[in-house]
Design a protein around this ligand. Structure first.
Ligand code: 5AD
Ligand code: SF4
Length: 517
């Protein structure tokens, strides 16, 4: 059976809703016994538009004094789904909660506020959230004072908001990706008025600097840009995250310097398409390569970035990365498919050959580069031969790992309207074949490290054995070794003794003079 896009339109029946009032702060309606304050709702048509208006950068994001004790003696909990961008948004929201006096908890029975920071990239991500909303209904019935919120990418979807209003009236707060800085005000509104508060902006707003962030561990994420203008035909991100907006270089550099000062050992520069960084500056000729070059002058041991688009990966960037130093030799370069015809229908704006050419350039400039990727199988109409092209490309490049997905139709995207005659069973079988190949390549790449001495950032105890420590190489490989806990947070050298498929066993060498790969 071919996959049918889910029809959520049935959830959009507002015929039962009663308008209570309407003013410049939105509408108040009554629906199914619940009062709802619709401050603004998502609108897919507006999310598609890309306007010319200048994005402002706002530096004063202080939480008003009167909201700083809102959370006294109260606990919050945030469950995060999806990508690193969402993880980082959660860090910002945690920062705001704590400035409001809230205390974190991992126990939902103790929580006074539970937020679900959601992901819309594939249908199964959404199903998980709706499942969780179902579970939380019981908790909310037991403790009506619990405040339940939904934010993140799903909130930007008209169909999802409609479905929550109709079917999940126990939710108290819905806000989107463009207005997380409004959290304190929205929380207050929901707490004071006991109504469901909905505020989702369809258009991205300004860049807000200086929001608090609660980071954990020794690795930190740093946002360098928001949004995506690529509009790959399968992808919902350009709708949920808005147009590309780059943070000013000085703000990014100041944040990284501060993280270095605080002792962070590794940063990851984040953006939906980091290679487009700076394209939107009208007054500056400064792009991602320039930013990476400026990172090399900062005293932070490792700098990563994610995620890049092959289209904008320019020669200057390759030249800067080739200098290495604190710029690690790991490049995540999503290819999505090895077939030029499929890439065209995905609107990726490169071909199989131009991708391979780029990979060749990278490998010549950075011979020890480790390449990883994202791949979608079963795009509408993908033939067996086209899938085989993906398999041969994967072998040719020699990716060391890959995130692999079965195509999932997203409502409102162009691909969701394409004819899809590929049966689900065939898609599943293709994914299995691709994963088997990736397993083989991952093992081969680890085997090549047998006997080598590598540098690790020691992150902590291994998940399964507290006597063993775990760390990551510059190329992001997971390594386990025996050593004292005092090494956590520092760099060590280890010798690879037993490469496995998804991790490597090693022994501590510890010598600073050892050759480092
Ligand atoms: N279906 C399946 N995978 C998708 N991705 C993005 N949109 C979809 C979709 N509709 C994958 C892409 C992207 C990664 C983050 O998620 O491979 O690079
Ligand atoms: Fe989605 Fe393509 Fe933008 Fe990545 S580059 S977020 S796949 S539209």
């Amino acid at each position: 059976m071919a996959q049918e896009p889910k029809d959520y339109s049935k959830y959009f029946d507002f015929s039962g809703a009663k308008l209570i009032s309407e003013d410049e702060q939105g509408k108040r309606i009554r629906l199914g016994g619940r009062e709802i304050h619709l401050m603004s709702e998502p609108n897919t048509r507006r999310e598609k538009q890309r306007g010319k208006e200048q994005v402002q950068v706002l530096y004063d994001a202080a939480i008003p004094e009167e909201l700083r004790s809102l959370g006294a003696n109260r606990h919050y909990m945030i469950t995060t789904y999806g990508c690193q961008m969402n993880e980082h948004d959660t860090e910002v929201m945690k920062g705001m909660f704590e400035q409001m006096g809230y205390t974190a908890t991992e126990d939902r029975r103790e929580a006074d506020v539970i937020l679900l920071n959601t992901c819309a990239i594939r249908e199964n991500a959404e199903d998980k959230v709706f499942g969780e909303l179902g579970h939380l209904k019981t908790l909310k019935t037991e403790r009506p004072e619990l405040l339940l919120g939904v934010c993140g990418c799903m909130s930007q979807e008209e169909s999802v908001v409609g479905r929550i209003l109709q079917k999940h009236a126990h939710v108290d707060l819905i806000f989107g990706t463009h207005n997380i800085h409004r959290l304190p005000h929205l929380l207050q509104d929901a707490l004071m008025n006991k109504e469901m508060v909905v505020e989702v902006w369809s258009k991205e707003g300004d860049i807000i600097e200086n929001l608090p962030k609660k980071r954990e561990g020794m690795r930190a994420w740093v946002n360098i840009m928001y949004g995506c203008d690529k509009f790959c035909t399968y992808c919902i991100v350009p709708y949920t995250r808005g147009k590309e907006r780059s943070r000013r270089p000085a703000d990014v550099i100041a944040e990284v310097r501060e993280l270095a000062r605080q002792g962070y050992k590794e940063i990851t520069l984040l953006g939906q398409n980091v290679n487009a960084y700076g394209k939107d500056f009208e007054d500056l000729d400064y792009r991602f390569g320039d930013l990476m070059r400026d990172m090399t002058a900062i005293d932070i041991p490792r700098v990563r970035f994610t995620t890049s688009h092959p289209r904008d990966f320019d020669d200057h960037l390759i030249e800067v990365l080739a200098g290495q130093g604190n710029l690690v030799e790991h490049i995540h370069l999503p290819v999505q498919s090895g077939s030029t015809e499929i890439l065209k229908r995905m609107s990726r704006k490169y071909t199989r050959d131009s991708y391979l050419e780029l990979v060749g350039k990278i490998k010549r400039a950075i011979p020890n580069a480790v390449l990883t990727t994202d791949i979608i199988v079963g795009f509408p109409g993908e033939t067996e031969a086209q899938f085989e092209e993906t398999m041969t490309l994967v072998r040719e490049v020699g990716f060391e790992s890959a995130f692999t997905f079965i195509y999932s139709p997203r409502e409102g995207t162009p691909a969701a309207g394409m004819t899809d005659d590929v049966p689900t069973e065939v898609k599943k079988a293709r994914l299995q074949r691709l994963n088997a190949l990736m397993t083989e390549l991952a093992r081969e790449s680890n085997d090549r490290l047998q006997g080598a001495v590598v540098e690790l950032l020691v992150e902590g105890e291994s998940k399964n054995n507290p006597d063993i420590l775990s760390g990551r190489t510059r190329t992001n490989k997971l390594v386990h070794f025996a050593g004292p806990k005092s090494l956590i947070g520092s760099f060590v050298h280890v010798k690879v003794t037993e490469p496995m498929t998804w991790y490597i066993k090693a022994e501590l060498v510890g010598s600073e003079s050892a050759a480092v790969l």
